[in-house]
Design a protein around this ligand. Structure first.
Ligand SMILES: [Zn+2]
Length: 363
């Protein structure tokens, strides 16, 4: 398994997020990734590389995110500091949003209004390095998906020896991506790395691509991006949005719309769910991917399902993550695994590498 490491990730270092009525230190910190990198040094599962940015990255970003959103995110920090030089010592956090019955088609001139227009929570600080860090992650996701597509093509041209493992890659990046939608950030996410990987696999000629999201939180951004498409199946296993973030999407009755009708599956589970019940949901998700006839898989890998996660509520243990890797590998598909959430910082590395090791060992 090739590992694509976003060396720009540390440029995104939020100071505070709004959480339960308080400004608290960010849960989404650079150390999360550094723990994974350190664990990969102890238990290598493949070469770690930091790829250069693809020349056509902007064109791929524009397939997933709207032009006005991309323009805003790219320039937001400079705008924020231009308003007041003292802002350089603060993070930009949204505080006003267009609720129902407001207009979202008109682009306000006011910076705070545009922060709200393009976001959905006050937990996602925009910092000096957010754009280069998010862009670096998108570059890794695009490069990883292209590497998997190329290896898949080469293997089929050589009519690969029976029993050889399909190509796979891991995108080691932060900030995460699965909450970011076509034109909004939130949930610590700015650019949707898993969606970009899925689109790149489609661009490479793989006809049907599945995104399987195993983060504790519903992958609302990915669902929204592909909701009306039949070529990308989205499946998410997550804490029930009746009680769990992001609250306003992720229910079982959301099955897609238009051409995408039937190509979204949500498997919400109650807070407190342990591994046996969680794994039964994974089996259901895997069966949906098989029934869809997926030719490639993108896994949105959050390890905030861990029992010790400070902001989540499932009961998975470190040893369970190896089994998740084996269950995913049993699909036998070319696979891009993208790092998403996981906030029990010290255990994130072990849990992620357990998945990767299990995956590499096969199903
Ligand atoms: Zn999460």
């Amino acid at each position: 398994m090739q590992i694509f490491h976003n060396e720009q990730h540390h440029l995104h270092r939020g100071r505070h997020e709004m959480y339960r009525g308080r400004l608290v230190p960010c849960h989404e910190v650079p150390d999360r990734l550094e723990h994974v990198l350190a664990e990969l040094k102890r238990r290598p599962v493949g070469p770690v590389m930091a790829p250069p940015e693809p020349a056509d990255l902007d064109a791929v970003l524009a397939q997933i995110h709207s032009p006005r959103y991309l323009h805003f995110i790219e320039h937001a920090w400079d705008e924020w500091v231009a308003l007041d030089p003292a802002h350089a010592e603060l993070d930009a956090l949204p505080s006003v949003w267009p609720g129902r019955a407001f207009r979202t088609d008109v682009l306000p001139h006011n910076f705070a209004a545009r922060m709200g227009l393009f976001s959905f929570d006050a937990g996602t600080p925009l910092t000096a390095g957010s754009w280069p860090a998010a862009r670096g992650g998108a570059a890794c996701a695009v490069t990883a998906a292209r590497a998997v597509a190329a290896a898949t093509r080469a293997a089929s041209a050589a009519s690969a020896a029976a029993g050889s493992q399909p190509a796979s890659a891991f995108v080691l990046t932060r900030p995460p991506g699965h909450h970011a939608g076509p034109d909004f950030f939130g949930g610590y996410c700015f650019l949707n790395n898993a969606a970009l990987a899925a689109q790149v696999l489609r661009n490479a000629g793989l006809q049907r691509v599945a995104v399987l999201d195993v983060d504790y939180h519903h992958g609302n951004g990915t669902q929204s991006i592909f909701y009306e498409r039949a070529d990308v199946l989205t499946v998410s296993i997550h804490g029930d949005p009746l009680t769990e973030y992001p609250f306003f999407l992720g229910h079982a009755d959301e099955r897609g719309a238009g051409e995408g009708e039937g190509f979204n599956l949500n498997l919400p589970l109650p807070r407190g769910t342990g591994f046996a019940k969680w794994r039964a949901a994974l089996r259901q998700g895997v069966a949906e991917v098989q029934a869809f006839g997926a030719q490639a898989l993108v896994v949105a890998l959050g390890v905030d399902t861990f029992e010790g996660d400070p902001i989540s509520g499932f009961g998975l243990k470190s040893a369970d993550y190896g089994q998740i890797g084996r269950d995913l590998a049993a699909l036998g598909l070319p696979t891009v695994i993208v790092f998403e959430g996981g906030y029990a910082v010290a255990e994130v590395g072990v849990n992620v590498v357990n998945v990767l090791e299990g995956f590499s060992a096969g199903g």
